[in-house]
Each structure stands twice: as C-alpha cells, then as structure tokens.
Design a binder for this molecule. Sequence first.
Ligand SMILES: C[S@@+](CC[C@H](N)C(=O)[O-])C[C@H]1O[C@@H](n2cnc3c(N)ncnc32)[C@H](O)[C@@H]1O
Length: 245
Amino acid sequence: MIDFKKIRRGFSHIRAKKLPDDMFINLLRSLVTGEGMLHVGNPYLIDYALKNMPNNGCVVEIGSYGGLSTSLILHLLKKNNRTEKLFNCDPWIYGGVKDTYTESCMIDGSDTITCSSFAEYMKNNFMRSMKFLNAENLPHSFHLTSDAFFEKYEQKIKIKDLFERDIQLGDPISFAYIDGDHSYEYAKRDFENVNKHLVKSGFVLFDDSIDGSHFGSALFMKEMKKNKNYKFVSKNPNYLFQKIV
Ligand SMILES: C[S@@+](CC[C@H](N)C(=O)[O-])C[C@H]1O[C@@H](n2cnc3c(N)ncnc32)[C@H](O)[C@@H]1O
C-alpha cells in the first residue's frame, strides 16, 4: 500500500527552506541522541526568531530529549551574537506508539527495558551532550513537565538547575520553542503559559504543527491562526508566530 503520509513528510523535507551550510549544525545530528527529532526546516525558523526577537527577554524550550534542539539554539544564539539565557524543561517521559506509559511499562518492542530506565538514560544523554557541546554556555535545564516548570516560573523562585547553578525563574520570554507533549491540550496549555510571559514582538515556534499531521499540536494551529494577538510569520513547514500586542 502507498504510504501517503511518508510521501508528504518526504516532500516537506525537500521543500523546506534551509540555513546556509553550517558545519556545526550538519555535525550536530550525529553528535547527540535523537537525530530524527528535528525537522530540517526548524533551524531556519529558529534562526529567524533568534535574529529578530526583542532583546529584553530569554529563550524557553519545552522538550529537550537528548539535546539536539537545545544545542542548535545555543549555537544559533552565539552565531547571532545574542546573549540571552536559555531555559528548558523535560520530564524525559518515554513517548512511543502506545497511548499511556507507567513507571513500570516497557518501551516498545522490548520486554526488558522499562520506561523509567529509558527516562534516566535519556536525561543522562542530555546532560552529557550539554557538558560536551556547550560546556562554556550551559542552558538552565530542569527535570520537570512544562506544567510544573511554569508553576515555578510564575512564582519567580530561585532554584538550582540540573547543572547545580542557582537561577531565578520568571524572566520575560523573547522566543519559545514548544516541543514537549504534542497532544492538543498540552500544546494549547504550553502556549497559554508562554503567552503570559512572552514580550511584544516575541516569537513562538510549534514543533510537529505541520498541516495534515495527526498531532494535537497541528490541530491547535487552527486556533493560533485566528488569534488576533499573534501574527503568522511562516510555516517551514512547522508554524512560527509573532506576538503583536
Ligand atoms: C520530540 S521530543 C523533543 C525533541 C527535542 N526538542 C530535540 O530536538 O531533540 C519531546 C520531548 O518532550 C518531552 N515531554 C513529554 N511530555 C512533556 C511535558 N509534559 N512537558 C515537557 N516535556 C515533555 C519528552 O520527554 C521528550 O523528551
């Protein structure tokens, strides 16, 4: 049977605008775990947002996995001479083909690897890749769901990040990359939480928001397109919006 989804995905990769060749970005996919986690069009959109974001805020990433997009954002911040801090969160929840995961569940196709050991493994991968690739410029990372992260963000508390540094949460946000739980409810709530802190002219990029995708994050784009406080900037093929009020 012809897999039209696969064909559509293939075309979206070919058609996406790409950044001019950057050897570090080319190498990055083979240096971290999760090379398939980043759509080839996202670096272009992330670069656009980082270049054009207002300079009175920070960058927030929801969903870090093995650190591919985190390292990309840190690299592009530096390349664009931006000194904004990067905050990110991930509970390292195993997300496979099943719907629900418990602490004691097994990852898909295995009867020996538990979802909780996966979480530990992926968190370690993330931390190792950060220390290896970004030792001079570590992000402020938190082992938290986005809900728990924003709860603390609201309270503007002082907290230790994963790298044992004290940091105050609650800065205004200039750019947010939403790539955590891709259900409709979570994508919407992540956006609402970001929106509370996003400064005027700040950007928000939704991963897995490609037209026709089965993800709830893609479904949420219908609402984003009607949101009068946001301007549609581009889809490449994931959606980038800018706050206008
Ligand atoms: C698609 S991966 C992120 C990929 C990453 N941005 C990259 O480029 O490598 C999604 C991540 O979201 C995390 N996640 C799942 N539920 C979450 C939640 N409620 N809040 C924050 N992150 C969540 C998962 O643990 C997983 O690591």
